[in-house]
Design a binder for this molecule. Structure first.
Ligand code: ADP
Ligand code: ZN
Ligand code: ZN
Length: 807
């Protein structure tokens, strides 16, 4: 299996000796094409030569043991089949990239590259190619440019800081070694030791070191050199002298970079409602593969997970705990580490390649520290051998779905299959379940358990809707704040309580507009207005990271009447600083949380109550638990509701309920203020009355009427290319071909709301698959049409993307 998007596997020859050594799931370096070398995975060992080509010899075997097991290969095959991508795509996505090295120079995109630096055409092509491939080899570069001598172009890219280069050889992964110390074997008897100590009477320091060594050795744990030095208060020279005398010797043990230092605590006793939910889950596990736990925010779902996890661990099985966005959930990591300490490994996209390799190896060896894996969607690909339970927390979250690149999978759904393979139980948890999961539960496909009360019997927050149209009319607005919201903030601050404010856009304002001619600055690469970031006086594109200085005058008419429209988190933060100069204001959005510990810093500061008011985007909605927050404000609910997507209302409901759920979690009932132009919107009514089931029923009716999931399935096909007419011709050809097979169930062609991104024009076709139509046959037909499409010369360069369950 090669890590490339080709449907088939390839056959290579090995010697007899290699054949006896080689096992399925080991990596081998193989030549491919004229001069490439890939890391491939052994998928089958057989004696049938290929018909169509002469099998080449492998270069070398890279592993001593398989690093991928049969269960994984089965799961990968399911993903490739279901989501219509190649096994190679899954292979590439599944393995930490350190496992996929090639013996060639590799270039990487420099993430902080400023997009408006002038590049030659060829260099630009490569930067563009790097948007889709995280890295390119020199050979690939020369393929893309269709020329041999590409080094000058690489040179240019390097000089302009657009890429960086790393010379990589096999296995750059270096385990971190820790230096330990032990007594030489010849001093193992007591007599010899006594002699030794007598000999050392004159060097007091060395004697000290030895005596402290024995104290430490009492713990029966390996002794780190560092610990001995600290304990005996001696320098490393003293220890070194003892080693030179062959009294001590050093030895090394591989340790993991990522380890937990604290002690573990007992799990909390559940209250009666949690206990009941817990028992219902256990009963449900006997009957169903999958169980949905619908527990309101703050009901204490985590503590229930903890108790279940503990039991699974006791049976000697592993647990996978999936979280929507790992960086946002540092709190939950800490909570679980408190209970399970070193039995937890975290698989983190912000961890380095090496750290990820470590977790992989720990899981494959089923090490004690890999009994619970906490991770985002890609931790689904780890080499589990005996999973007992998978928990998918906040199962409604859209970040479980990977949109780009392939495999375009939904981790929650792929987890169902993984659990099934391992005969493990799957628990989905949410305060606002996705319509699909709730539907499956109501259809009794999944078990269902509800937990309606907050822990400590605290009431769910009181939600107030504020009509800002009225407020503007009566001149009761200050900036973007209604007098009511300001009053509530002031009261909360007076009580020394904290406030969370939610605004779904970052930056200062999403649109800059000339009041004379109405023009607004657009991104040169995408069909979208640039967002104004006041702090840096810059205009930025949130799609391609293009940025430029804020102009002083209109690019179209020259007048200096530029105005901003709409508002983002940055603007709210600035208004608050003026309104509440005595208080500290924090902001949490993509711009303030870069770097490995970006989130932790802000969340930590808010927990420590160094921040009084925290403004943020939807990041704030993800399972955070702050004790002292009594008020949540949603500044503008309408932008969420007026979104052209069949899930917009469901998502708006989830987002608002989740954000509201951050208020009043531990002491008393919290307050929520939602500002809107349309307080009678049914979703807002449902949010304020906490009517999940009403929302569900209404949405379900719409889904049925307009042919959407969970009744109809959706496959979306997207074409992308630089040349508008080519995409347009392609999509019309495709629409016809699909209509021939599927008739009225083909929707489109349509353009997405941003119809050009990074200079690629985008067009969509959506296929709705009625309940009785076979999904397998439909996909086969799509594949046939895709093959026909790609055999047309004019269409070959068009990117053809199939997204199954594209929502
Ligand atoms: P959810 O995940 O359902 O929103 P949490 O698990 O975060 O809720 O629980 C909300 C709060 O209640 C947390 O601060 C948690 O520590 C506390 N809590 C929940 N269950 C218990 C329990 N059984 N004993 C003590 N505290 C609990
Ligand atoms: Zn103008
Ligand atoms: Zn752009």
């Amino acid at each position: 299996m090669l890590p490339i998007p080709l449907q088939k596997t390839f056959t290579y020859t090995v010697t007899e000796a290699e054949a006896t050594f080689l096992k399925k799931g080991m990596r081998v370096a193989v030549p491919f094409g004229k001069s490439k070398i890939y890391t491939a995975l052994v998928f089958a060992i057989h004696q049938t030569p290929p018909d169509l080509y002469e099998a080449k010899d492998i270069h070398q075997i890279l592993d001593e043991h398989p690093i991928v097991n049969e269960q994984q290969l089965k799961h990968w095959e399911w993903i490739a089949g279901y989501y219509m991508c190649s096994l190679g795509d899954v292979f590439r996505a599944a393995l930490p990239s350190a496992f996929l090295l090639e013996s060639e120079t590799v270039i990487y995109k420099n993430e902080v590259f400023i997009a408006d630096v002038e590049l030659s055409d060829e260099a630009f092509l490569i930067v563009e190619a790097l948007q889709y491939h995280s890295q390119l080899t020199i050979h690939q570069v020369s393929d893309i440019l269709d020329k041999k001598k590409v080094l000058p172009i690489i040179d240019e890219l390097l000089q302009k800081n657009a890429v960086y280069i790393k010379e990589e050889i096999y296995e750059t992964y270096k385990p971190k070694l820790v230096k330990y110390i032990r007594l030489s074997a010849k001093y193992s008897s007591e007599e010899s030791l006594q002699v030794l100590l007598d000999e050392l009477t004159r060097s007091k320091k060395q004697r000290e070191a030895i005596l402290h060594y024995f104290q430490l050795a009492g713990n029966k744990k390996p002794i780190k050199v560092k610990d001995l030095e600290d304990r005996a208060a001696v320098s490393s020279a003293v220890i070194k002298a003892l080693v030179d005398k062959e009294i001590f010797e050093f030895y090394y043990v591989q340790t993991d970079r990522v380890s937990f230092g604290g002690t573990t605590n007992n799990i909390k006793a559940l209250n009666e409602h949690q206990e009941q939910a817990y028992n219902e889950i256990k009963t449900s596990f006997e009957k169903y593969e999958v169980t949905l736990l619908h527990g309101v925010t703050g009901s204490g779902k985590t503590e229930i997970y903890v108790k279940l996890i503990k039991e699974v661990l006791a049976t000697g099985k592993q647990v996978l705990f999936l979280l929507p966005e790992i960086a946002l959930t540092t709190q939950i990591i800490t909570r679980l580490q408190n209970y399970f300490g070193n039995q937890i490994s975290v698989f983190h996209s912000k961890y380095s390649m090496n750290e990820r390799v470590e977790v992989w190896n720990n899981v494959i060896e089923n090490k004690p520290k890999a009994q619970i894996i906490l991770g985002a969607r890609s931790s689904l690909f780890l080499p589990f051998s005996n999973l007992g339970m998978i928990v998918v927390d906040e199962e409604h979250e859209s970040s479980y779905k990977q949109y780009d690149p392939a495999p375009r999978y939904n981790a929650r759904d792929a987890a169902v299959v993984l659990a099934y393979q391992h005969k493990a139980k799957l628990l989905l948890g949410s305060a606002t379940p996705s319509i699909e999961s709730y539907y499956n539960a109501m259809q009794q496909k999944y078990g269902f358990v509800a937990l309606q009360r907050r822990f400590g019997n605290i009431q769910l927050p009181k939600i107030e809707l504020i009509d800002i149209k009225e407020k503007y009319r009566k001149k009761e607005m200050k900036g973007h704040f209604s007098d009511r919201l300001l009053q509530m903030i002031t009261e909360a601050l007076n009580e020394k309580e904290q406030v969370i404010l939610f605004q779904n856009r970052r930056g200062y304002s999403p649109v800059v507009e000339c009041t004379t001619c109405g023009t607004s600055p657009q991104c040169p690469n995408c069909d979208v207005s640039l967002t104004y970031h006041k702090f840096r006086k810059e205009l930025k594109c949130h799609y391609c990271h293009y940025q430029r200085a804020m102009p002083h005058s209109c690019g179209a008419c020259g007048s200096s009447t530029l105005d901003t429209k709409g508002f983002g988190t940055e603007q709210i933060e600035l208004e608050l600083k003026e309104l509440f100069p005595e208080h500290s204001i924090g902001r949490m959005d993509l711009d303030t949380t870069r770097g490995k510990y970006g989130y932790q810093k802000i969340i930590g500061a808010f927990e420590a109550q160094e921040i009084d008011i925290l403004v943020g985007t939807q990041m704030l909605s993800k399972g955070l638990d702050f004790e002292n927050v009594s008020l949540v404000g949603i500044l503008n609910a309408d932008s969420m509701l007026n979104f052209p997507d069949f899930r917009a209302h469901e998502r708006a409901y989830q987002l608002m309920v989740q954000v509201s759920g951050r208020a009043g979690r531990s002491k008393k009932q919290g307050n929520v203020v939602i500002q809107t132009y349309n307080p009678y919107h049914q979703i807002l009514q449902q949010v304020s009355a906490n009517q999940y089931t009403e929302m569900y029923k209404e949405q379900l009716q719409d889904r049925w009427q307009f042919h959407y999931p969970p009744y109809y399935r959706i496959i979306r096909i997207t074409l992308k290319h630089k040349d508008y007419t080519r995409v347009d011709t392609g999509i019309h050809w495709l629409a016809k071909a699909l209509q021939n097979s599927f008739g009225e169930h083909v929707m489109g062609p349509t353009e997405p709301s941003v119809s050009r991104i990074r200079n690629q024009y985008i067009k969509n076709l959506t296929l709705k698959i009625p309940p009785k139509q076979s999904l397998g046959k439909t996909k086969e037909q799509i594949q046939k049409i895709k093959n026909a499409f790609e055999s047309i010369k004019d269409f070959r360069a068009i990117r053809f993307i199939v997204d199954v369950d594209a929502y």
